[in-house]
Design a protein around this ligand. Structure first.
Ligand code: SF4
Length: 403
């Protein structure tokens, strides 16, 4: 039985970093305002990075910083300055795709490197070749089966990190030009417009004004739109394949997504690492994962070829994120509202993945004026005695909780 496997959560800004740590991540990955894929994820400036490192290290966890964009020569002067800054505030590793970036880090710094999934490493020969360059980990390409991962991990002299949850690209390990072609926003520079989720039609070269509609479904034709990955049903097999780190995708996703995905995988992983049968609780875990924003789930490439999701390009979720608990004062629970709230039935989702139903009949502002509705960014309180704490999540679910 394995004793230690890292749970690695996405965190696009300081609030998500704190959320991931509080909900049980062993490590977080985040981006700086330059050089990382996900240019629209919020990302950190230098002060934000210092704050994040202090917070994460105080909690005895790890922070990995993405420098995984593919760069041009003109960007390297800024990168030199940034690496020198990082030498004074070192993250636990830098996530890198570009061999030029790797070479510069080796020249200027001792910070360990993780090779990004964007580098498409699929064999241990590549991993072992990279080891002398202070490479401690490979984030495997998502196109590998469980058998491939096991073989790789057994032969590799560096650690292996694999994705367990999140969006998938239709292009090989995200090496995609759709977005750059249509919108001049390059996926390989962290600025994907999600063009694979759009509707498409077929046009014959000489009949441009006679498009052929490929109707998969009355909603449209989504020929490039992939299912999301959810490896929960085979989490034990992935642990047995000797992955050192299990990664949740989604630096652009909400605080709510980070909280629920982290807490649920934390629980399941703890079951496995402590010799309990996590499948005893799998319905609960899967049910919770359906309450966060997602496309239909699949096992990615782990067992078979992944599927295309042809019904629509939209997300599904069984619950809506309403707010975050900011403070609890005896019978008053102060909420920072994120999406509109009115009196009704809600549930809290706590840091140990428990669901606490609550009936809210009145809302109050901080001057104790009664409110009929709370809007995003307002600070309100409700009165009730339930066992919740700061940073617990308040949400509204379709299926009514049993009270
Ligand atoms: S357009 Fe789709 S397939 Fe291409 S990089 Fe973006 S998300 Fe991935």
């Amino acid at each position: 039985m394995r004793e230690q496997v890292e749970l690695l959560s996405p965190a696009g800004n300081i609030e998500k970093i704190k959320t991931a740590i509080n909900y049980g991540a062993d490590a977080v990955y985040t981006g700086y305002k330059s050089f990382g894929l996900r240019s629209r994820a919020g990302n950190l400036d230098k002060n934000g990075l210092k704050e994040a490192l202090e917070y994460v290290h105080k909690a005895n966890r790890k922070l990995y910083l993405t420098l995984n964009s593919y760069l041009f020569d003109e960007e390297f002067d800024e990168l030199v300055d940034f690496i020198k800054f990082l030498n004074n505030y070192p993250p636990d590793a830098l996530i890198v795709s570009d061999m030029g970036v790797l070479s510069l880090i080796n020249e200027l710094s001792d910070i360990p490197v993780h090779i990004s999934t964007q580098a498409n490493i699929t064999n241990s020969y590549a991993a072992n070749f990279l080891k002398p360059f202070n490479v401690e980990r490979i984030v495997l390409a998502r196109e590998m089966t469980i058998g491939d991962i096991k073989l790789f991990a057994d032969k590799s002299r560096v650690d292996v990190e694999v994705f367990i949850h999140g969006a998938m690209c239709m292009a090989y390990s995200g090496r995609c030009f759709l977005s750059a072609y249509f919108t001049n926003r390059s996926a390989n520079r962290g600025d994907c417009a999600q063009s694979c989720r759009w509707k498409y039609k077929l046009v014959e070269e000489k009949r441009e004004d006679e498009p052929i509609y490929l109707e998969e479904h009355k909603e449209g034709t989504f020929i490039f739109n992939s299912y999301d990955m959810c490896a929960m049903p085979i989490l034990d097999e992935i642990v047995d394949a000797n992955a050192a780190s299990l990664k949740i995708e989604g630096r652009m996703k909400s605080v709510y997504y980070v909280a629920v995905a982290t807490a649920v995988y934390r629980k399941a992983l703890d079951d496995i690492l402590n010799g309990r049968n996590f499948k005893d609780n799998i319905d609960y875990y899967m049910n919770e994962l359906k309450k966060i924003s997602h496309r239909p789930y699949s096992l990615g490439f782990y067992k078979n070829q992944p599927k295309q999701y042809v019904q629509s390009s939209g997300y599904q979720r069984d619950c809506n994120f309403v707010g975050v608990v900011e403070k609890v004062d005896v019978d008053k629970i102060f909420i920072k509202v994120r999406n509109q709230i009115k009196p009704g039935r809600y549930e809290f989702f706590t840091k140990d993945a428990k669901v606490v139903p609550v009936e809210i009949d009145k809302l109050y502002d901080i001057n104790s004026n009664e409110k009929t509705v709370g809007n995003p960014n307002e600070f309100l309180y409700i009165k009730c005695y339930v066992d919740v704490e700061r940073r617990d999540i308040l949400r509204k679910c379709e299926s009514k909780p049993a009270i």
